[in-house]
Design a protein around this ligand. Structure first.
Ligand code: ARG
Length: 406
């Protein structure tokens, strides 16, 4: 093997990987880092990769593509895994897989290496993604193969090999972060009866100590996509960053869940997703206003299916694409404005507006002051026929019982 493209973050695992691959495969290493809006330091990362042994280090700013081609799709599809997790990590992986494939083809590389373990979902998402986009590309997953049994052994190797790493205290958690949210696992969290330690949270404030003053947010959507925040912010990266910062301060978007992994195990995960939580709720609120009942109900099932496909690493699948065609068709009229209030971990909807609203006060009203358009007489006949099958069943059962008793 002559050249290997490595998915590089600059952390311990991927740093050790660069050196280990270079030694074990005697190959040239190209380190690739995708910037999906993670807070971890990008400055000096190229230099660090080179000092670790890479012959080339590439940092790609993928934030805009991440939002437009991945986050907005997940939002339109109301994609929340097992009802709650907004899938930040799960939608980031296919984009990284695509970026790795692009670089590998450009660089004429023989293989792509990633730093995922054998227990996680991310190996599935990377590898299924790479297999789909470049069926002949070889994939190496050193964490599944190498000799190091734990972090300490990796650290020993790093010291011995002069790999620049920042070893402070034992890092208690495994954290993955991007614009759509933070995922925290391992350490004390593995005991599902442990209350989440305060230091596990990275971007949100405990609602108990969050501000006593609520804050108002106004969101404008066009065809299912947020286009303006508080009448001033239009840039999608800024909208999401603003929401993460401000809603994080109010303790919005903390999720503590036991989830079903692709590889068959249950795991305990902590997520922080302030922007995703607000945007999903506002988007859903608008859909309630503009979608007809059948579309709205059917879309709940599709949303759930899409969330499962994303979680299971099947972003680049025909089924995902066809479901997304349905989702896109439903978004034609998801245009309007939602105002909400953030207060101590809660989101309250203050107002909903849309030119496509299907809400008609004259139909819904119980007030004596408003002219009522609803045909009350028609309801009588409707209910009679609507309930007819059940009335009939009951009558027949009744008769049968009487005959049996006679
Ligand atoms: N369980 C989540 C998922 O599968 C998050 C994984 C995050 N990875 C990590 N290294 N913390 O999407």
């Amino acid at each position: 093997m002559k050249k290997i493209v490595v998915a590089y973050s600059g952390g311990l695992d991927t740093s050790v990987m660069v050196k280990w691959l270079k030694e074990n495969y005697e190959a040239e290493i190209v380190a690739v880092t995708g910037d999906l809006g993670q807070k971890s330091e990008m400055v000096g990362l190229e230099e660090k990769a080179i000092r670790t042994g890479a012959s080339k280090a590439i940092i790609l700013d993928l934030k805009k593509e991440f939002i437009e081609q991945y986050i907005w799709k997940a939002l339109k599809a109301g994609a929340l895994y097992e009802g709650v997790y907004p899938l930040a990590t799960a939608i980031g992986r296919p984009l990284l897989a695509k970026a790795l494939v692009d670089v590998a083809l450009l660089e004429n590389a023989d293989a792509i290496a990633h730093g995922c373990t054998g227990k996680g979902n991310d190996q599935v998402r990377f590898e299924v993604g790479i297999n789909t986009l470049a069926p002949d590309m070889k994939i190496i997953a050193p964490l599944r193969d190498w000799e190091f049994k734990n972090r300490d052994e990796e650290i020993d190797y790093a010291i011995e090999q002069n790999i620049p790493i920042s070893i402070t205290k034992e890092k208690p958690y495994s954290i993955d972060e991007n614009l759509w949210g933070v995922a925290v696992e391992c350490g004390e969290l593995e005991d599902m009866n442990n209350v989440v330690p305060a230091d596990a949270y990275q971007i949100t404030v405990d609602p108990k100590i969050s501000p006593d003053q609520s804050v108002k947010i106004k969101l404008e959507f066009e065809k299912g996509i947020p286009v303006c925040l508080n009448d001033e912010i239009e840039d999608p990266v800024e909208i999401i960053e603003y929401l993460n910062r401000h809603a994080g301060l109010h303790g919005i978007g903390r999720i503590d869940m036991i989830e079903n992994r692709v590889v068959g195990i249950k795991s305990r995960e902590i997520y922080e997703a302030p922007a995703a939580t607000i945007l999903h709720q506002a988007h859903n609120e608008l859909e309630k206003l503009v979608l007809d009942k059948d579309t709205f109900r059917f879309k709940q099932d599709v949303n759930n299916k899409v969330a499962n496909l994303i979680y299971d690493g099947l972003w680049f699948s025909p089924f995902f694409n066809s479901l997304m065609s349905f989702v896109d068709a439903t978004q034609e009229k998801v245009t309007g404005e939602i105002e909400l209030e953030l207060y101590k971990g809660n989101i309250n909807i203050l107002s909903r507006k849309s030119d496509y609203s299907l809400y008609q006060k004259e139909l819904a009203t119980y007030s004596a002051e408003i002219e009522d358009f609803f045909d009350h007489k028609a309801a009588e006949g409707f209910v009679k026929l609507y309930g007819l099958p059940y009335k009939t069943i009951s009558q027949i059962h009744h008769l049968q019982k009487e005959e049996e008793a006679a």
